[in-house]
Design a protein around this ligand. Sequence first.
Ligand code: NAD
Length: 335
Amino acid sequence: MKQTKISFFSTQPYDKVFFEKYNADFGFQLDFIETQLNEQTVQMIQGSVVVCVFVNDVVNAVVIQELSSKKVKVIALRCAGFNNVDLAAAKKAGIRVCRVPSYSPEAVAEHAMAMILTLNRKTHKAYNRVREQNFSLNGLLGFDLHGKTVGVIGTGNIGKAFAKIILGFGCKVLAFDIAKDQDLEKLGVQYDSIETIFKTADVISLHCPLNEQTKHLINTASLSLMKKNIMVINTSRGALINTPDVIDALKNSKIGYLGIDVYEQEEKLFFKDLSEDIIQDDDIQRLMSFPNVLVTAHQAFFTNEALTQIAITTLQNVTDLLSNKDFENKAALLN
Ligand code: NAD
């Protein structure tokens, strides 16, 4: 019997390792393509019923029309966020779209925590200093997280895991979401308006999706409400932050610490080794030049547990969609 073929775009070596391992139970033909999916590269698909994409693949109306003409039936996102897919165009073309709504929320929440601790206690600088036999503490001064107010914007899977971690540090946790989580309230998290969070938090961590309401949530207007020296952490999507506004706020010391695992223009940079290239993006270069900015390249999800769950759930989603049986994982189905 002919195997169903899945074309993977933006494939990294670790995608191959995890998907090949777990595909033994599913039996698909896996076609790994390193390049990103976009209007040009869509032509590389041959005989695939399914395309599997990641966060920076471009799945707009033009790409979807091409997918439809190539008889693709399913777009399987191997991630949670889906802001890069034109769902309406996919629906019109009769292509089903699925995602991995929750793989390891703790992976992302723990990375947000790692960013907070690194920025605060400057362990990255201490590591380099000590290796050079510089045992001085000057410039490494941090602050106690205990007793500080931490604002969590978006308390879904990841925001909830993050709120629990930061409660354990003895912080006061204020949250904003369009839907309250009663479990978190029982644990002591207080929901409040987003303005109150902007005005009172010492640390703000973003865990909401990118959509029309949340785009450029962190901008000059919202920053003007915040305490001087605020710490902002973004492990969600780059465009939650207006980068030029944040650069201004770093220059005038309104932002005291910035940790970003995502960046609005990341598709040209992240997941690639550009160490020999001249980077043309001046905003990322400026951000990386500040001593109080920590940039990681969309690695918050990158744990063994998360990659295992991503592979199993994606292959199961595709199996269920192609067999037309009742789709159990409702949150995974996007149209
Ligand atoms: P989720 O759907 O479980 O939670 C999102 C929460 O945001 C929900 O509670 C929702 O009600 C809330 N929300 C929606 N609109 C809002 C608004 N306007 N203001 C405030 N809250 C709002 O999603 P999740 O699994 O917790 O993931 C959150 C985001 O994290 C994803 O959208 C994705 O972009 C990002 N993410 C990043 C990585 C990474 O590696 N850096 C990995 C996974 C997910």
